[in-house]
Design a protein around this ligand. Structure first.
Ligand SMILES: NC(=O)c1ccc[n+]([C@@H]2O[C@H](COP(=O)([O-])OP(=O)(O)OC[C@H]3O[C@@H](n4cnc5c(N)ncnc54)[C@H](OP(=O)(O)O)[C@@H]3O)[C@@H](O)[C@H]2O)c1
Length: 300
């Protein structure tokens, strides 16, 4: 039995489908069984509960050999804080996993995870990793660059800025030079499945990304090219962005960028360009190909 937490999320939905197709028995911890039924293949066992609910998490771990732990808060909202979910939730799960005798704990983290509270999200991811490393379990930690595909992701945030800023312009934070290494959700899931199948990867921290290092500005170009969106990029100096972004947060219910995300753009979000090929022996798709899940726009 494989337990997946965060099965209703972007990565989780693809991972659960892939595991079921490979013939595994899969259980998911879900906050809403209704969403779980709608989003996940039939035959997946659903355990209702929050990652911070010890009784639900223990029930979910019972009889599981492997766990893929994907639950995380990427943007804080109300009680769903980085500390509560990414740190305390992970700790809650590793304790239950230890008690249930889980043999392999595969933990999804993020590139940039570091012991620096200035970068709030990646700091919480690092502390979640620490809970896993100190758990006494057999673990593998996967740090990924941004993941995209059919589900809400980084490119949807970019598209939000098309919605909020009327054409013919689109704002770019600073020089738009921060580097990313976007990886398609299908490719990251292929790596996760291979880790699950290969018992020799325990104790390893693996950093993964797609086959290109692309700046924010280049990724925006790729997105506009796919959508047939024609806009002039306006480079907004960082000191102005630091003033505008908190204001946007106080006006818009779901702004395209938050102060935490803006701060994170100080740091490149990349690893080895051939990490996937070196470790897993296949070439992940380039962004132009990966964005084909989006409807193609009109060609000029
Ligand atoms: N997406 C990226 O670009 C990216 C990049 C690097 C690393 N990662 C990491 O990859 C993992 C998966 O990311 P994702 O993009 O698939 O995330 P996502 O789409 O935001 O999904 C998050 C999942 O966590 C669940 N969840 C959130 N809070 C919970 C709680 N308190 N209790 C139980 N479940 C809870 C959500 O359930 P509901 O359906 O109930 O909301 C959802 O299933 C995360 O660990 C993330 O940090 C993601």
């Amino acid at each position: 039995m494989i337990l997946v937490t965060g099965g209703t999320g972007l990565v989780g939905r693809y991972l659960v489908r892939a595991l079921v197709e490979k013939g595994h028995k899969v259980r998911c911890l879900v906050r809403s069984p209704k969403n779980g039924k709608e989003l996940l293949p039939s035959g997946v066992e659903l355990v209702r509960g929050d990652i911070n609910d010890s009784a639900a998490v223990s029930a979910a771990c019972k009889g599981a050999d492997k766990i893929f732990h994907l639950v995380a808060v990427i943007r804080e909202q109300g009680q769903s804080t980085f500390e509560h979910v990414n740190v305390e939730g992970t700790l809650n799960l590793v304790i239950a996993a230890g008690q249930a005798g889980v043999k392999h704990f595969i933990h999804m983290s993020a590139i940039g995870a570091c012991d620096n509270p200035k970068y709030k999200y990646v700091y919480s991811k690092w502390r979640g990793e620490e809970a896993v490393r100190q758990s006494g379990l057999c673990w593998t930690i996967v740090r990924s660059s941004i993941i995209y595909g059919d589900g809400f992701n980084f490119f949807d945030r970019m598209m939000q800025s098309f919605k909020y800023v009327p054409g013919p312009v689109v704002p770019v934070p600073g020089k738009g030079a921060t580097l990313f290494q976007p990886i398609a959700v299908e490719d990251i899931v292929r790596c996760l499945c291979l880790i699950g199948e290969n018992g020799n990867m325990s104790g390893q921290l693996i950093e993964l990304g797609g086959p290109e290092h692309l700046s924010y500005s280049q990724m925006l170009d790729r997105l506009m090219e796919r959508l047939g969106e024609k806009r002039y990029k306006i480079y907004v100096p960082m000191f102005l962005m630091r003033l505008i972004v908190p204001l946007m947060g106080s006006i818009l219910p779901d702004p395209p960028v938050t102060p935490v995300e803006l701060k994170q753009m100080e740091v490149p979000n990349i690893t080895d360009i051939d990490a996937v090929e070196k470790i897993f022996g296949f070439k992940p798709r380039a962004l132009r190909n990966g964005l084909k899940y989006l409807p193609a726009g009109k060609k000029s």
